[in-house]
Design a binder for this molecule. Structure first.
Ligand code: PLP
Length: 394
């Protein structure tokens, strides 16, 4: 076999999310879909907002000549401007189309940003637990990932973060609302974080970029808000997508936005556009760009997610599971009631409950549940959770 040693190593530590999903397929074939409680994948089960379908129909009925051709590697001017208009409105900052690059989802966008910023050996700080793909994205571009644990409430531990910063620190990736914990960072926390990165950058004579990965920014509950990170650091870069807020993950549409007042902003954007091209993305999908330009103020039905969160969270807490109540996204990250995550995951499997061990997110001692699944499956799963809780001694 001629694949690289590195990829072969990555494959043998294969993603827990995928492993568990495959286990789900096996169990569904045996017991039927309604008796398998698969909480493994963050794949939105809601439909895109009605406005998406209306815009899609309009475009199909009145095609624009040339609409399937290549365009600027940064994306259509009118789409970038539509994104910039909403960013300007939300932040009061002078955003325009020049500060926005349309991308192939947030995953594509993160790779473009890291490719543009990193020299070999540069360090990127992530806060555990984290979206595990960051590990591979940073590695893709020669960077070195440095994990810093969050506190017991999964909020950033700023003294620990400060201690991890070195002259090689190029960026810190944050993700709020968070996958896997669902926690949302408030304005005070982001302000402190912004101040810390500026202070350390000045001390070290470097720039430490704040990369904010925010595909769940519009999925927040209980009157909470995910404050725009641009207000707190001039060196901020937002990477996001419409995978979750418009429920379009298969369409691969997102964007990068750069703080308009960052030093060297034009060169950075030039680099991003170059990397969007040379990583082989070339440009974000043309049809989706036309549609999302009209949908920047839309989002999916959050009430349906909140209802599922409450259903599951309340039941788990009543059984004695320790869970930080999530303010956003569609995940729960309860503490594992057994000392070994894997033993717990296996115990859950006996009741057809599929969850992902916390170790898969860089934080053992927990497990992740994704509740963007059919509400009826969640309801069906509740007695199985009760039995599982008994088995593990809660
Ligand atoms: N970042 C986080 C935290 C995610 O949870 C995901 C997907 O689940 C992504 C990025 C990638 O999203 P996209 O579909 O936009 O590439």
């Amino acid at each position: 076999m001629a694949i690289s040693k590195k990829i072969s190593g990555f494959l043998s530590g294969a993603s827990w999310i995928r492993k568990m999903f495959e286990e789900g397929e096996r169990l569904r074939a045996i017991y039927g879909a309604e008796k398998v409680y698969d909480f493994t994948l963050g794949n939105p089960d809601v439909e895109p907002p009605a406005a998406f379908k209306e815009e899609l129909k309009k475009l199909a009925n009145n095609p624009i000549p040339g609409m399937h051709r290549y365009m600027s590697n940064a994306g259509y001017q009118e789409t970038r401007q539509a994104v910039a208009d909403v960013l300007a409105e939300n932040t009061g900052l002078p955003f325009d189309a020049r500060h926005v690059v349309m991308t192939v989802g947030a995953g594509g966008g993160l790779n473009v940003v890291l490719k543009t910023l990193l020299d070999q050996g540069d360090e990127v700080i992530v806060l555990t637990p984290y979206f595990v793909e960051y590990r591979f994205y940073v590695d893709n571009h020669g960077g070195v990932i440095k994990e810093v644990p969050t506190g017991p409430d999964f909020q950033p531990d700023l003294p620990a973060l400060e201690a991890a910063i070195t002259p090689r620190t190029k960026a810190v990736i944050i993700n709020s609302p968070n996958n896997p914990t669902g926690v949302v960072y408030d304005a005070a926390c982001l302000a402190e974080l912004g101040k810390l990165l500026d202070k350390k950058g000045q001390e070290l004579g470097t720039t430490i970029y704040l990369i904010s990965d925010e595909p769940y920014a519009k999925i927040v509950y209980d009157g909470l808000e995910a404050p725009p990170v641009f207000k707190f650091s001039r060196n901020s870069i937002v990477v996001t997508s419409h995978s979750k807020d418009l429920a379009l993950p298969g369409e691969r549409i997102g964007y990068i936005a750069v703080h308009p007042e960052m030093d060297g902003v034009d060169l950075l954007v030039e680099g991003l556009v170059f990397c969007n091209r040379t990583l082989g993305f070339v440009n974000a999908p043309a049809l989706m760009q036309r549609l999302v330009a009209k949908l920047q103020r839309e989002k999916v039905d959050i009430a349906a997610y909140r209802e599922k969160r409450d259903l599951l969270y309340n039941h788990l807490v009543s059984l004695g599971f320790q869970v930080v109540k999530p303010g956003g996204a569609f995940y729960l990250f309860p503490r594992c009631p057994l000392p070994d995550d894997l033993e717990f995951v296996r115990a859950a499997q006996k009741y057809n409950i599929l969850v992902v061990p916390g170790g898969g997110f860089g934080r053992s001692g927990y497990f992740r549940l994704s509740y963007c699944i059919d509400k009826q499956i969640i309801i069906n799963s509740l007695p199985a959770w009760t039995q599982l809780a008994r088995e593990v001694g809660l």
